[in-house]
Design a protein. Structure first.
Length: 607
């Protein structure tokens, strides 16, 4: 997600951008795995500030953080925040938007993929709901998603949808937003009408979690065809799916080659009930996209990973679809649930939308199935299964660590330490566990220790996101997760971090945006510049000084807008002045002059 490498998730974000004149009032995301650059891109999109590469300027990012603080939450499975090889300098302050679900993946996972967003314009309210199979990552996998939105004003189109209230409850109850009235959100969503894609009807949305199962299958016994598309499989579920319909039902299964091989070689393989077995491997991405993932993708998604929740190695099939055809009609289940028992029996948290239609569903599914390759049972039974390697062993160890221990951060001013309750993590001989703040370098965890000193950390790098890495020889696997901090992080952490990366030029650009209400591009420096990037003398920026007329003119145009700019100006200019070595001599002089002009404007304006 850099200026030179477009992000394939951009169309998904563009659908969530507010329309002209609208603002985001609430945004709840559910994802199994998460990358912080993708989270940052989502915040920018929700403020209408993302560029074509899923990025934006530092001033844009500051505006997104300030606008969405307390309004946006990204709910993720604990231990599934990816460890990027090139961490953005501002990644640490994104901790406030992340909520982890502490499910032990040995038994169940938080696995839904959804975005529920409320938009406001004056007294008007509108909602959009996206759900599907895509995680909030830079993955190039083949995914599927559905976007629906509420009707606006007095329009009577659309219909109420059963189950959307349960989706709202699942997300809102997990979000941890102190001022959010969960019951009010649920009631509102159950009452509104929803518009769906042409040629389809959204019949319902099903939620599985905490023992609440997915529906067991199609309601109709007589079916002409059943198609199952899933990258992960297990024999128990496939035996159930093989019984959908009757003896005349045509059954098709589309999956990855390794998943089909594993099931085909299981005892009494359930694949015999499927007439067509298809392999769908997505085409290789352009070289620059494949290179962007690098070793990071291999570490996060090892080949042959055990379980039905770890994303397959990119690029690969990742869509989950279950289609039931009867004559010209079709019912399609799509969402996050794989063709596995734990996805359907209530162990995992999952979402599935039930769509009804005809040609639109059948033709779309035929296009996807038509790109797959036929494979026979003899080929699958004669193939060599993928062998577990060092990465797979580290992945199993990672899951045990995340499920069994709860690290916490303690600090004394700038000095941070990681503590755990005994016993210490059990790491095999030859394997090293490294730990550190997401914004700092990693340190080796001492064998048998319950405390690791991390040293002094500048305020701009304070975060409750911990970064972990397991190494065994040449193999390595990394992840991040949040940890409670005592005492809590300083209230000015965000301001110090954002001001430090903005510098004087981008700060002025942002103030112009706030005063005028119009986007004003700065020198083009991206928010996701990597740790160790350009120094103060390379920031450049718009050094054209703001004038008294600019400030007073904003008051005359929109007093509310001026007051918001005034509140941000005071905090951020203080942070710029306070950081030693951040500004050049000329910039420091210019900022002092600007502060004097701003104070003069404030004194002349009526209270």
């Amino acid at each position: 997600m850099s200026a030179s490498r477009p992000w394939r998730g951009q169309p998904y974000l563009d659908e969530l951008r507010p329309a002209a004149g609208w603002k985001v009032d609430l945004a709840l995301f559910a994802t199994y795995s998460l990358e912080l650059p993708a989270l940052g891109a989502a915040l920018l999109a929700l403020c209408g500030r993302n560029d074509g590469n899923g990025s934006g300027s530092v001033a844009d990012f500051a505006e997104a953080v300030e606008t969405l603080r307390g309004k946006a939450r990204f709910i993720v499975q604990r231990g599934r925040i990816a460890r990027p090889s090139r961490l953005p300098a501002l990644a640490g302050i994104l901790d406030q938007f992340v909520v982890e679900v502490p499910y032990d993946e040995a038994r169940r996972s938080w696995h839904p993929k959804a975005a529920l967003v409320r938009y406001v314009r004056g007294r008007e309210t509108a909602w959009r709901l996206w759900l599907g199979s895509r995680n909030l990552t830079r993955s190039a996998d083949l995914d599927v998603g559905l976007l629906v939105e509420t009707t606006k004003g007095r329009r009577k189109e659309g219909r109420r949808v059963e189950g959307i209230g349960k989706v709202a409850e699942l997300l809102a109850s997990r979000a941890g937003l102190p001022d959010l009235d969960v019951a009010k959100v649920v009631n509102e969503l159950e009452a509104v009408r929803w518009l769906v894609p042409t040629g389809m009807e959204l019949a319902r949305v099903d939620v599985a979690d905490a023992g609440e199962r997915m529906p067991s299958g199609p309601s109709r016994r007589r079916l002409d065809a059943v198609t199952v598309v899933s990258p992960f499989l297990d024999a128990t579920f496939l035996r159930q799916a093989g019984a959908w319909g009757d003896r005349d039902t045509r059954r098709t299964l589309v999956s990855t080659r390794q998943a089909l091989i594993a099931v085909a070689q299981a005892h009494s393989s359930p694949l015999v009930r499927f007439e067509r077995l298809l392999v769908l491997d997505a085409p290789l991405p352009p070289l620059e996209v494949a290179d962007e993932a690098g070793d990071d993708a291999a570490a996060a998604n090892p080949a042959g990973s055990v379980g039905d929740d770890a994303d397959p190695p990119a690029p690969s099939l990742h869509a989950k679809l279950f289609c039931f055809e009867h004559g010209a009609a079709a019912t399609l289940l799509m969402g996050s649930a794989n063709a596995t028992s734990r996805a359907w029996d209530g162990r995992n948290a999952e979402l599935l939308a039930e769509l009804k239609g005809g040609a639109a569903i059948i033709e779309g599914l035929a296009h996807l199935v038509g790109s797959a390759s036929r494979v026979t049972m003899d080929e699958l039974r004669g193939a060599t299964p993928a062998k577990a390697g060092p990465h797979d062993e580290l992945e199993l160890l990672r899951r045990r660590l995340v499920g069994a221990w709860s690290p916490r951060l303690v600090r004394d001013g700038p000095a941070f330490a990681v503590e755990i309750d005994p016993p210490a993590p059990d790491v095999p001989d030859g394997t090293v566990l490294l730990v550190g703040l997401a914004s700092m370098e990693l340190l080796a965890w001492p064998p048998g220790a319950s405390r690791l000193m991390l040293g002094d950390v500048p305020t701009s790098r304070h975060t409750d996101l911990l970064r972990f890495e397991l190494r065994a020889g040449a193999a390595a696997i990394g992840w991040m997760q949040r940890a409670p901090v005592a005492p809590p992080l300083d209230a000015d952490r965000d301001t110090v971090a954002l001001a430090g990366l903005m510098g004087f030029g981008a700060f002025q650009s942002w103030m112009r945006q706030l005063l005028s209400g119009d986007p004003v591009r700065d020198d083009g420096k991206r928010w996701d510049r990597q740790v160790g990037g350009a120094g103060p003398d390379e920031r450049g920026g718009d050094l054209e000084q703001l004038t008294l007329e600019d400030i007073v003119g904003s008051w005359g145009t929109d007093k509310t807008r001026f007051r918001r700019a005034d509140a941000q100006f005071e905090r951020y200019s203080d942070a710029l002045i306070a950081q030693e070595g951040l500004l050049t001599t000329a910039e420091r002089t210019a900022l002092r002059e600007l502060r004097a002009i701003w104070r003069l404007a404030r004194e002349r304006l009526p209270a």
